[in-house]
Write a protein that binds this ligand. Structure first.
Ligand code: IPE
Ligand code: IPE
Ligand code: MG
Length: 265
């Protein structure tokens, strides 16, 4: 399909709202929509600073961008979307900021259940959640289980990376593989790529097609290293609290023009 037409069509899908008709007429016309998009939501602090506000102000506004981006992703047929919310390295930030981010996570878990249920979205929190408070861990489990139980035909899977490190996830996966092998009482422990993949925090959509990072930084910062092995990367200058549905679609449009080769000719 002509790219200009593609972009216009995407815009129409957004602007016309969420009618079933538009959704169906859109589906099937675009063949190269990414299945799994991952986003490094960066730039909250700089966004706040630019307005003379404390960094936490940027984090609050950043959270508000998650819901509309999930909505537009669902509408264009993306199957899985991953958000980097808090890295393992982010624990080293000042206590006040970390506490505030934990409170935001708690509020998100308290407030978003209806939205996830109504939009038939599943949630999976990935990362070393053992570092979170017992209370938040419990809220995460309840949230995830409720959605799994109530949603029979999910439209999208949302990964929220919290206390997350890509290297850490791989190491934890390898350790799970080893424990399972030891249980089998087999003397020769042999770990394969498939085994590591099957023991990642969320093994359902292991490959990321498109990774977006906002705020002009061009690095991975220990995000989903395994899953990013063959992803297309897209860096936006926009700071995360300003990242709009149109910005997201622009990234999808650019992705759709890329030629992925996976090592072949
Ligand atoms: C991203 O925004 C959110 C988290 C890392 C929690 P930052 O807080 O990194 O914002 P900048 O990069 O300092 O602007
Ligand atoms: C990466 O952003 C983590 C999140 C967006 C949650 P950072 O702002 O922490 O990354 P660096 O320090 O700039 O690499
Ligand atoms: Mg940052």
């Amino acid at each position: 399909m002509d790219l200009v037409k593609f972009y216009r069509l995407l815009k129409k899908v957004i602007l016309r709202g969420k009618g079933k008709k538009e959704k169906n007429s859109f589906k099937g016309k675009i063949t190269n929509i990414p299945e799994h998009v991952a986003i490094i939501m960066d730039g909250n602090g700089r966004w706040a600073k630019a307005q003379g506000k404390p960094r936490i102000y940027g984090h609050s506004h950043g959270v508000d961008r998650i819901r509309p981006i999930i909505e537009v992703a669902t509408r264009i047929g993306i199957k899985c979307i991953s958000f980097y919310a808090f890295s393992k390295e982010n624990w080293n930030r000042p206590k006040g900021e970390v506490d505030f981010l934990m409170k935001l996570l708690e509020n998100y878990l308290n407030n978003e259940q209806e939205t996830f249920l109504n939009s038939r979205s599943l949630l999976k929190v990935i990362g070393d959640i053992s570092m979170l408070s017992e209370d938040i861990q419990c809220k995460i489990r309840t949230f995830e289980e409720l959605l799994k139980e109530k949603i029979k035909e999910p439209k999208i899977m949302v990964n929220l990376a919290v206390s997350y490190g890509g290297k850490d996830e791989i190491v934890r996966s390898v350790n799970k593989c080893i424990s399972r092998e030891i249980e089998k009482k087999d003397k020769n422990i042999f770990i394969t790529e498939d085994m590591i993949e099957a023991n990642l925090d969320n093994p359902w959509y292991p490959k990321i097609d498109l990774m977006i990072r906002t705020s002009g930084e061009e690095r991975i910062s220990n995000f989903m290293l395994w899953q990013l092995a063959y992803s297309e990367l897209y860096f936006s200058e926009v700071l995360w609290p300003d990242f709009s549905e149109e910005d997201f679609i622009k990234a999808i449009e650019i992705y759709s023009r890329r030629n992925r080769r996976f090592g072949t000719l």
